[in-house]
Ligand binder design. Structure first.
Ligand code: SF4
Ligand code: SF4
Length: 443
C-alpha cells in the first residue's frame, strides 16, 4: 500500500444525507463538502475523528467496521477492550462479573487496554528522564496523531516514538496467550473493542507500524448492547468474577480518563481534550510556548475516551464510575509485565507527515494558482456560512480554482449580487430604448 492510500472507517450514506451542512462546520480538517446536495469526504484530509458523526441529524455518517461474527474465522479469539467499557454499565460495581460475560460472545481471553498503559508508562518515564528538550505528545489518540501529520507536520518530532497503549496491550495479550497455551500465531484472532472511529481506523492502518497488530475491531456500542441482551434475556446470573491482574489505580485512570498526572508524577504533564482545545494547544506549542511542560496527553474527544462516539453512557457519569472502580486497585504492581524487553514498545517506523494534495506539483503553476485563489477569495463575502457547500469562503475559493465543478455562483451572496446588478443593467437598458423604435415595434 502506498503512503497515499488512506483507509477510512468514517463513511457517508448518501441516501440519508439532506445536505444540511452541519458536518462541514465541525470538521477540524475541512474534509467535507456538499456536492450535488450530498456530503462527500475528501479522503486525504479526513482524520477519522468522528466529529461529523456526532452532529449529523440524519445519522447519515457512520463508521464502517467489523461485525462480531468475524471472530469465528479464528480458533483462538482474544480481545483487548478499551477500559472505558467498565464505566458503561449501571451495575458497575459488578464490572468483573460483567467482563466475564465476554466468554458468551466467544472470546477465550480478554484484557483491558490499561495493561498497555502500565507497560508503556515505564518506557515513557525512562525516555523523558533523558529527553527534556521539548514538550512531548503521546500517541494514544490516533485522531491527534493524524491531525499532526496532516496539519502540524512541524510537530512530528514532538510525538513520542512509542506505540500507543492499545497496540502494546495487543502485543502483550497475544504473546502471553501463545506462551501459556503453546498456540501458533496463525490460529489466533486478536481484536480490539473501540470507543471511537479513530481507534478503529488505527486498527486497519496503524501509523508508525509496518503491519497490522489486530485482526479486527468492534464498536463498544455493539458489544455493550450484546452484553445487555445476554444479561437480560438469557437469565444469566452474575456470579463469577474475571481475574484481573496487573491493573493499578493510575494505569486504569490514565487509559480511560487521560489522567496522565497520576502516572507521571516526576514530570510536568497535562491532559488536553476536545478537538478545538487540541488545535489551540498544538498551535501554541508550534509557536514555542509551554517549554516547561514535559508531556501532553491529547484526545480529540471531549472528556477523552469516555466521550468517544461509540460509547453509550454520559461521559461524566462514566468518569465518576471509573474513578470509583480505580480506587479499588493498588497503586503499583510488584513487577511490570516484561513486554518491552527488546524493542516491542517502539514504533516500527518513524511517523511521517501526511500532506493533503498539493495545489500543483509544478512550483510555478502552484504559485499561479495561489494567486488565483487569493483573487477569487477577494470577491467572496467572508461570511463562512457553508451554504455554498464548502466549509469556509477560502475553501470555496480553493475549490473553484482546483475543481472544475464548482463556480463562484455557488455562493448565494455573489449570485444575488450579480443578479441584482444584471437586473439593474436590464432596467437601465430598457429605459434607453428609442420611443420611436418602440412604437414601430408595437405596430
Ligand atoms: S450533517 Fe452532513 S451528512 Fe448529515 S445530513 Fe447534514 S450534510 Fe448530510
Ligand atoms: S471524521 Fe473528522 S476529519 Fe473526517 S470528515 Fe468527519 S469530522 Fe472531518
Amino acid at each position: 500500500m502506498s503512503e497515499k492510500e488512506y483507509i477510512h472507517t468514517v463513511t457517508i450514506n448518501k441516501k440519508r444525507c439532506i445536505g444540511c451542512t452541519r458536518c462541514l462546520r465541525v470538521c477540524p480538517t475541512k474534509a467535507l463538502r456538499i456536492r450535488n446536495g450530498k456530503a462527500i469526504i475528501l479522503q486525504d484530509r479526513c482524520i477519522d475523528c468522528g466529529e461529523c458523526i456526532r452532529v449529523c441529524p440524519q445519522k447519515a455518517i457512520y463508521s464502517k467496521i467489523d461485525d462480531l461474527d468475524i471472530i469465528n474465522n479464528y480458533k483462538h479469539k482474544l480481545l483487548v477492550y478499551s477500559s472505558v467499557l467498565i464505566g458503561q454499565f449501571k451495575k458497575y460495581k459488578n464490572f468483573k462479573k460483567i467482563l466475564n460475560l465476554m466468554s458468551y460472545l466467544g472470546f477465550d481471553e480478554i484484557v483491558g487496554v490499561d495493561i498497555g498503559a502500565l507497560i508503556i508508562s515505564d518506557v515513557i518515564r525512562s525516555f523523558l528522564k533523558h529527553n527534556r528538550d521539548k514538550t512531548y505528545i503521546t500517541t494514544n489518540c490516533p485522531a491527534v496523531v493524524r491531525l499532526i501529520q496532516v496539519k502540524y507536520p512541524s510537530l512530528i518530532d514532538n510525538m513520542l516514538p512509542f506505540k500507543n497503549m492499545m497496540d502494546v496491550a495487543g502485543e502483550y495479550l497475544k504473546k502471553e496467550y501463545m506462551k501459556k497455551n503453546q498456540v501458533k500465531e496463525k490460529n489466533i484472532g486478536l481484536f480490539y473493542l473501540s470507543p471511537c472511529p479513530s481507534k478503529a481506523q488505527a486498527v486497519y492502518q496503524p501509523e508508525g507500524e509496518v503491519k497490522r497488530i489486530f485482526d479486527g475491531v468492534f464498536s463498544m456500542e455493539e458489544v455493550y448492547n450484546n452484553l445487555r441482551y445476554i444479561m437480560e434475556k438469557k437469565d444469566i446470573h452474575l456470579d463469577k468474577d474475571i481475574e484481573l491482574e496487573n491493573v493499578t489505580e493510575s494505569s486504569l485512570k490514565w487509559s480511560t480518563l487521560g489522567d496522565v498526572d497520576s502516572q507521571f508524577k516526576d514530570f510536568t504533564s497535562l491532559r488536553i481534550d476536545g478537538i478545538d482545545n487540541v488545535i489551540e494547544f498544538l498551535e501554541e506549542i508550534e509557536e514555542g510556548d509551554f517549554k516547561e511542560i514535559d508531556l501532553v496527553d491529547m484526545y480529540s474527544c471531549q472528556n477523552g475516551c469516555v466521550g468517544g462516539v461509540f460509547t453509550n453512557e454520559n461521559p461524566f457519569v462514566c468518569e465518576h464510575r471509573i474513578r470509583h472502580i480505580a480506587s479499588s486497585f493498588p497503586d503499583s504492581v510488584d513487577e511490570i509485565p516484561p513486554i518491552c524487553e527488546g524493542d516491542y514498545c517502539s514504533l516500527s517506523k518513524p511517523l511521517k507527515p501526511r500532506p493533503v494534495e498539493p495545489i500543483d506539483k509544478n512550483m510555478s503553476n502552484a504559485v499561479k494558482k495561489m494567486k488565483e485563489i487569493e483573487e477569487v477569495f477577494k470577491k467572496l463575502p467572508k461570511l463562512n456560512c457553508s451554504i455554498c457547500g464548502s466549509p469556509t469562503c477560502y475553501n470555496l475559493a480553493e475549490d473553484i480554482v482546483l475543481n472544475e465543478d464548482v463556480s463562484i455562483y455557488d455562493c448565494p451572496v455573489v449570485l444575488r449580487r450579480n443578479l441584482r446588478n444584471m437586473a439593474k443593467d436590464l432596467f437601465e437598458m430598457a429605459g434607453r430604448i428609442d420611443p420611436i423604435e418602440e412604437k414601430k415595434d408595437k405596430e
